[in-house]
Design a protein around this ligand. Sequence first.
Ligand SMILES: C[S@@+](CC[C@H](N)C(=O)[O-])C[C@H]1O[C@@H](n2cnc3c(N)ncnc32)[C@H](O)[C@@H]1O
Ligand code: SF4
Ligand code: SF4
Length: 340
Amino acid sequence: MSIIYVDLIDACHMKCPTCVRGTRLLPNSSRRIPMAQFERIVAKAKHEGYENVGLYNWTEPFLNARIADYIRVVKSLDLNCEVSTTLSFRGRTALIEESLRAGLNRLIVSVSGFTQELHQINHRGGNLAMVKANLEHMAQLMAREPIKTQILLRFLRFDHNQGEEPLVADYARQLGFAFEPLQGVGMVDNPISNYAHQEGYLERLRDYSPARLQMHDGEVCPLIMETVAVDANGMVSLCCANPNYPALEIGPYLELTREEIMIRRYAHPLCPSCAFPRRAATPEDHKHLLGALSVRLKATKEIGSLGESPGDRSGISTDLGSAGMLDGLKGRLKRWLAFS
Ligand SMILES: C[S@@+](CC[C@H](N)C(=O)[O-])C[C@H]1O[C@@H](n2cnc3c(N)ncnc32)[C@H](O)[C@@H]1O
Ligand code: SF4
Ligand code: SF4
């Protein structure tokens, strides 16, 4: 399943300690992605073969009052559309209804408890009564109208709330919604702001070592092959598992080819030391990677023949165009060719 995540807005009202947005490592701003820019992003994504559009990454999408219009743009291009939300707000009933009627395919509702007491430990600032009122309103609406949205109640599981998982599962069943437990990442009593500052990422970039500790030939990171994350400024970030810090920006989505985005991400100096689980590369992955590497090598050769340093045009701080990195790319290309 290939998916492009696009943040419609640059804010969240919650303060989850396990989230870079919740702890304001990513500070809220008033930025909203302009509709015309969004339309071009989705059209490009469709052209590049993405089948799904997620209107979220590190934000709360329902804070954008035009969410239903964005959903309509996605649906007009015949793509699947999904949203992840806390539903922890009041006064947005009409917006929720309009979003479902606009043809939203999937709505993920994240909770971390069945009682307010436990829910608010991770969903700090959350109000479970409002969440339940919105969920129950949707169930009633869907009983009256032919709305096809799949509603998925996602339970973020931590040590402190495991006992409430069956209660949330039962509740989802009663409402006719799907249920999914998901292991919560992070620690509720040790906020992510204690250890995931942009400075830490910059240090990892400065300490870059070519040793590929976590990368093995024939394996790929599924996030690079199947997903791309674009923030409310239209910038591609390294991946949806990491914050969209300026230090991890790949470049403007609309100005880069799919191949350039893939190669900048695949060769990113943070990945070799990242422990995110890889999977075996498929023939389709081979095709995409070889295509991207070939385009980059050809472009670099052409730039080189003009007498410029390839790094001058890369536009990013990770120095992908330097001679050392180019050798690395050539080496990888050879390995991939031998492998496929
Ligand atoms: C960062 S959230 C943004 C969307 C929305 N604000 C929400 O919380 O659903 C993106 C996804 O991450 C998931 N998520 C949030 N906190 C998490 C955690 N501590 N561990 C694992 N997944 C988490 C949510 O369920 C959501 O689908
Ligand atoms: S996990 Fe979602 S709800 Fe919680 S702070 Fe992050 S973006 Fe907001
Ligand atoms: S940083 Fe980790 S999760 Fe992100 S793309 Fe690289 S390997 Fe994948």
